[in-house]
Design a binder for this molecule. Structure first.
Ligand code: XMP
Length: 535
């Protein structure tokens, strides 16, 4: 057994392939903003898929031996020098291939067709007309019909490679969908993976199930069983420690690992004093009483709030909290005799290597931290059983493991907690006000049955006081900002358009029920240009 020391990290098994027993689809990423949606659509068909950047696709194809390949869209033009392309080994391997947008163009060009710059660029909704039958359209589209699709391209295919036929046309691209039924190669100018192509998911289903012949047997039940086997194989008789944040991901990871190795797992829940109302109680109840999982509950609020006294800069706040987390966690890990493994709720979007066409490092908007920041200073191997899942798949797994719906469906909550929802200096008084206002707001949202429609909602306590009048008296109190967004992954978000009646009633309730607040405002900023959190 190795006591955690602040030296090095052993990365998780880089190719865990929990899904080894299942047929897979390889998605070759050319840098489209929506490549992840292709993986989503494929997984919705009960088929396991992985996304790999185009420049690593050859090795991934050889290792994964996928039963089919999808080539994503991307911002480049095949007419550019050094344009990215699909490995030829994929196009000659005899597996079905679906090309989407850029994927279509590179496929056409690489196989001997011609791509030209379009006379007019097509972005947004367009209608395509089906000109011939095709296995992609079975039960979905008919010859002669016109259907809405989402286009986003400048170039177009003007001459098809040998063996292909055109099966659809659009005003901007007479060759909109091409098919080679012998090789099972299909490609389209538009994006079937986005919701703006209403029948897109059905086209992908036809490719996956009918053309490529997948059974669709990748279910959460199968995932659970395989993940448990894999955790047992990885951990052996070792000890595992898992930091709980109160969020869904770490909770699901912990319950899954506990099912695999029982009391070889210890969970540590650090209360930094900036949690939501009743959060600590909820987590402790759930783990200790419902699941009987060994849990160390550390009240470190004094340390955190003490060190944050007078700190107003958002980045200094984040970094201070990150540093203290490590110290507290480290100390607690030592107290329980150390551990060989650190469990984390890392998700698939965190591990996908995205393709950058801009070059150079990306700008740090915020130093995101959660327990995920720990390993850099710890000498434990990582156990990351959710590395292959998207957020809502984790929720499905949580339900499969018997976590209560109300817990599984919770909105995301950031590691630094309410600290970043309290712009300016943090004090216990401000945190108490914020906790109460947030609880009223969330209660309102639940009562209006909007909680599951909204991706994330929370209150913010502004660092200003304003004048108001209550009864006959003057008040001089804080302003609460309300935030609610819809999103799929938190990378982009739209503000949620509540009706005014809801907002009015919520403001009244907050002002009446929360001492110290006399004004409420609603944040109507989307992301970009705003971020979801205020700091
Ligand atoms: P932003 O504010 O960057 O937030 O638009 C996007 C999503 O990330 C969450 N968030 C965090 N999550 N540690 C986390 O675990 C962090 O430091 C952190 N900062 C922001 C935020 O709540 C939203 O869901």
């Amino acid at each position: 057994m190795t006591a955690p020391s602040k030296t090095s990290v052993s990365p998780a098994d880089p190719s865990p392939h929990v899904a080894a027993a299942h047929d897979k689809i390889l998605i070759v990423d050319f840098g489209s903003q929506v490549t992840q949606l292709i993986a989503r659509r494929v997984r919705e068909e009960g088929v396991y898929s992985e996304i790999v950047p185009f420049n690593k696709a050859e090795a991934a194809f050889a290792e994964m031996k996928p039963k089919a390949v999808i080539l994503s869209g991307g911002p480049a033009s095949v007419l550019d020098d050094n344009a990215p392309s699909a490995p030829l080994s994929i196009l000659t391997a005899g597996v079905p291939v679906l090309g989407i947008c850029y994927g279509e163009q590179t496929m056409a060009q690489q196989l001997g067709g011609t791509v030209e710059a379009g006379h007019h660029r097509e972005f947004g909704r367009a209608a395509i007309e089906i000109t011939d039958t095709c296995a992609l359209f079975d039960g979905v589209w008919e010859v002669g019909g016109k259907y809405d699709v989402w286009m986003s391209h400048g170039d177009r295919v003007t001459k098809m490679p040998d063996g292909f036929r055109a099966v659809a046309k659009a005003p901007g691209s007479p060759i909109s969908i091409i098919a080679d039924d012998i090789r099972k190669f299909y490609a389209m100018q538009f994006h079937p993976e986005v919701a703006h192509t209403p029948d897109g998911a059905k086209l992908i289903r036809n490719f996956v199930r009918n053309i490529a012949g997948f059974a669709g047997d990748w279910t959460m039940r199968a995932f659970r069983e395989e993940a448990i086997e894999k955790i047992r194989a990885q951990v052996g008789k070792g000890k595992v420690i898992c930091g709980l944040s109160g969020g869904v991901d770490s909770a699901v990871a912990a319950v899954l690992i506990h099912e695999a190795i029982g009391d070889q797992l210890t969970c540590v829940f650090v209360d930094h004093g900036m949690l939501r109302k009743d959060e600590a109680k909820t987590v402790v109840d759930l783990f200790r009483h419902h699941y009987n999982i060994p849990l160390v509950h550390v009240d470190a609020s004094k340390t955190f709030l003490g060190e944050l006294e007078g700190v107003t800069d958002p980045e200094v706040k984040r970094k201070t909290i990150g540093r203290l987390f490590i110290d507290v966690f480290d100390a607690e890990a030592k107290k329980i005799g150390g551990a060989d493994f650190l469990a984390q709720g890392t998700l698939y979007p965190d591990v996908i290597e995205s393709v950058s066409f801009t070059g150079g490092p990306s700008v740090t908007i915020k130093s995101h931290h959660n327990v995920g920041g720990l390993p850099a200073r710890m000498n434990m191997k990582l156990v990351e059983p959710l590395r292959e899942l998207f957020k809502d798949e984790v929720r499905d797994l949580g339900r499969e493991l018997g976590l209560p719906d109300i817990f599984v469906g919770r909105h995301p909550f950031p590691g630094p907690g309410l600290a970043i929802r309290c712009p300016g200096e943090i004090t216990r008084e401000k945190l108490d006000i914020l906790r109460e206002a947030d609880a009223v707001y969330i209660d309102q949202i639940r009562k209006a049955d909007l909680y599951d429609t909204i991706w994330q909602a929370f209150a913010v306590l502004l660092p200003v006081k304003t004048v108001g009048v209550m009864g006959d008296g003057r008040t001089y109190e804080y302003v609460v900002g309300l935030r609610a967004v819809t999103s799929t992954d938190g990378m982009t978000a739209d503000f949620y358009a509540f009706d005014m009646k809801f907002l009015g009633e919520t403001a009244t309730r907050i002002i009446n029920e929360v001492k110290g607040v006399n004004r409420v405002v609603y944040d109507i900023t989307s992301k970009p240009p705003g971020t979801i959190e205020w700091e």
